[in-house]
Design a protein around this ligand. Sequence first.
Ligand code: FES
Length: 578
Amino acid sequence: MEMVKLTIDGLELEVPKGTTVLEAARRVGINIPSLCYLKDVNCSSSCRVCVVEVGPRLIASCTLAAENGMNIKTNTPKVREARRTVVELLLSNHKRECTTCSRSENCELQSISRELNIRDIRFEGEKIKADVDDSSTSVVRDQEKCILCGRCIGACGNIQTVHAIDFAKRGFNTIVSPAYQKPLSESVCINCGQCIIACPVGALTEKESISDVWKALNDPNKYVVVQTAPAVRVALGEEFGLPIGSRVTGRMVTALRKLGFNNVFDTDFAADLTIMEEGTELLKRLNNGGTLPLMTSCCPGWVKFVEHNYPNMLDNLSTCKSPHEMEGAVIKSYFAKKIGVDPNNIVVVSIMPCVAKKFENQREELSNENLQDVDIVLTTRELGQMIKEAGIDFVNLKNEEFDNPLGESTGAAVIFGATGGVAEAALRTVFELTAGKELDTIDYTVARGLDGIKEARIELPNGVVVNTAIAHGLGNARKLMDMIANGEKDLQFIEVMACPGGCVNGGGQPIVNSKMKEEIDIKAERAKSIYDEDKELPIRKSHKNPYIKQIYDEFLGEPNGHLSHELLHTHYVKRNRY
Ligand code: FES
């Protein structure tokens, strides 16, 4: 590897050619502030907060490649004054609602202002005026807080290849907007929320539903049931200052009971149910010449992406509802009957790492007898907020267990939270069901890791070959879909998660600032905790979950049977491409 030698603040260092000055400085603990730069997502050099002195010039360090003999100064009066001016200019056109902004204390503009000791803003003038766009079920846009850093555009365009938003207009009037400045709800946005976790300020937030949950909890006529997705348990702790990826399953259950939910269930139960339904669907399609490759349907961002971009492949999507929708459907049927409560009085709340679930739960197809399967979706962040609001000392809570029968789950279910998890869980069951006997293999490590597209040739015990591909991040999914469309791939099974890394890095997860993201791979840390939980669970295959057997015996009949189709399966719609 070719190396270059440079000096930063008198310190001589050697870095690989191609390293930027910003990266080089941070590697040796020199803190250059940055705003528009977000590793792997956006490097547009637009904010100029990261300027450094190179000879007589001030240059943005995030796009400045280190070169032999460079002498960089990062902390001179000229540099500090330039940075201060840039930040004051940003603040002069920023809706400064810091006390009530949801990103207060987790806002990169706020922390840089503090670091630079900005107390007064010398510039007064016109401010951009724009209505808040809350047309979307999932994402709220407040242009008056936008600092035009472009990180959201990088996440939506470079990573996800969705291109729902981009810069529009010119000069002072520049804004970030969907095409033709239409509301977000009329765009091709797939609601993944990657723009939200890329945004350094409060310009992009989830559509908040906390007050709806408090209202339900305070209504004596409502029976309020909560369920939590697998990825929530490995991220919620971050809202309370715990290290990235801390596993807080038991404390989360305790906190939910303290908030007043009548039952605390685990979406993982329905992930096991999904494996039974989707695994059976895969085997049927393989054996009966059905449409292949079968594509997973757990991720509502991915489903909407297919509806917009690949409408001729809707039949490839599994007809299975996503796990939390399945859980909602059985809560309002099987469980309602068990406890003798009218399903009309049951409120199902899903805690999800995802903002696309806020769109999904409102899809009219995801209902039964005019009742939506799930009534309210909260993100991990919103749950953290509720716990804080209730004054619960989360960190010091004791561990409690989920309620049953819809809270029991297996290791196969918990790994749904990471890329490759659904495929691995399906293989654990499909292999064994095909073999007709118990097999020792549990860990299909070929499905794990953070390669953008993972592929494996799997031969089932009956000799049937299942060529499997796993993609995470829609840019990777698009590559895979285009290869299939061009006839370059012969696949039978595909798992896609819209968010890079899968649900562990969903748009509803705690927001980690850009510097921390450079130091820690949050996707890997959270995924590691998920796999640790899998390893520790006594049952690790979905079809071995005793409560799954029970629900089929007592209620559903058989996987893909008549009642399952009615309650647990769905269909999709074609959507506009632009
Ligand atoms: Fe470097 Fe914005 S110009 S962080």
